[in-house]
Design a protein around this ligand. Structure first.
Ligand SMILES: Nc1ncnc2c1ncn2[C@@H]1O[C@H](COP(=O)(O)OP(=O)(O)O)[C@@H](O)[C@H]1O
Ligand SMILES: N[C@@H](CCOP(=O)(O)O)C(=O)O
Length: 304
């Protein structure tokens, strides 16, 4: 009888102009405690997750089942306790974490021996874009591109930046926030948007964080269309800039916004922003470097 734990970080996609391509893992986690037993039982143990009435309706179970079926396997029955401190539909990659947890669940239960490339491919198939699933899987900041149906990726070194997130209490489904985007851009706009992204990434990699922040805030792919869906979009940017943030962008599809600021200044920024936006959860976060982890030594874990 198998017994193990799967844990997957949250993520923030886009970093402004890196739409559907750039994402970073954050130190909030979705954790599954899994024990094989003779019947299915899934229990959510988090204030962010609603109770599971029927295991077959559970999103993580459905992803695991589909993954097992891709390999003509049937999931063995088990008891799963789910814990999470990632709020849902806020632009912090909760669905990507759940997707990767489901892929790994099938991998472990059915002995699929999936490679990282397969996990990334499956996760992207389910999620629709690789920018959250890649950092959820690998940790750190990951740049992805889909080229000739293959997902290429590079994990870049962690920058010397603090990260502060402004999480409102309202939800915004990614699906809804994708619907406001145009289907096409003119050649001129596409060239300007990709130039902005290129320069953002080049300045991030060379430690020119001031320029990286400026370019983050010049996105042309999604922020201009989504701004009206994001509460306090302009005022959050303006106040964060006053408190020395290099750049403030929509996290994923929103409604959370996220600032990047020099190392050591995150706490001060968070305090300032909490005073300006008392209705928000203002969180100083770290870039998670571990990605998805599986722990087989969980015999003494209480949650089982
Ligand atoms: N742990 C989970 N268990 C079940 N469903 C989840 C879980 N995490 C996310 N989801 C599903 O994903 C949806 C949120 O996904 P999405 O709109 O893409 O926002 P985000 O990924 O930014 O949080 C939730 O409303 C829920 O349906
Ligand atoms: N590139 C996607 C990212 C969605 O991230 P999420 O955390 O909001 O699911 C987009 O911008 O639509």
């Amino acid at each position: 009888m198998k017994q193990f734990r799967i844990t997957v970080p949250a993520s923030s996609a886009n970093m402004g102009p890196g739409f559907d391509s750039i994402g970073l893992a954050l130190n909030r986690r979705l954790t599954l405690f899994v024990k094989e037993q003779g019947n299915w039982e899934i229990k959510n143990n988090s204030e962010f997750l609603s109770p599971v009435t029927n295991y077959e309706d559970n999103f993580i179970y459905q992803i695991a089942k589909q993954t097992a079926e891709r390999h003509r396997k049937i999931l063995p029955e088990c008891k799963i306790t789910v814990d999470s401190d990632i709020p849902l539909a806020r632009g912090l990659g909760s669905s990507a974490s759940a997707v990767m947890a489901g892929v790994e669940l099938a991998n472990q239960l059915c002995n699929l021996a999936l490679t990282n490339e397969q996990k990334l491919q499956y996760g992207t198939d389910y999620e629709g874009h690789p920018d959250n699933v890649a950092p959820a899987l690998f940790g750190g900041i990951v740049i992805t591109a889909i080229s000739n149906n293959e997902i290429e990726y590079v994990q870049i070194p962690a920058p010397g930046l603090d990260v502060v997130a402004y999480i409102p209490s309202v939800e915004l489904k990614t699906e809804t926030a994708r619907r406001v985007l145009p289907d096409s851009l003119s050649r001129k706009s596409a060239a300007a948007a990709s130039a902005t992204s290129n320069l953002m990434l080049a300045s991030l990699l060379t430690g020119n964080y001031r320029l990286a922040g400026t370019m983050m805030e010049c996105d042309l792919f999604h922020e201009p269309y989504r701004a009206e869906l994001i509460p306090n979009y302009q005022s959050i940017k303006r106040e964060a800039k006053k408190a020395e943030a290099y750049g403030t962008v929509i996290s994923g599809a929103g409604p959370t916004m996220i600032s990047f600021i020099a190392k050591g200044l995150g706490e001060r920024l968070a305090k300032y922003m909490s005073s300006k936006f008392p209705d928000y959860e203002v969180a100083t976060l770290n870039i998670d470097q571990d990605g998805l982890q599986v722990d087989q030594q969980v015999h003494s874990i209480k949650s089982l």
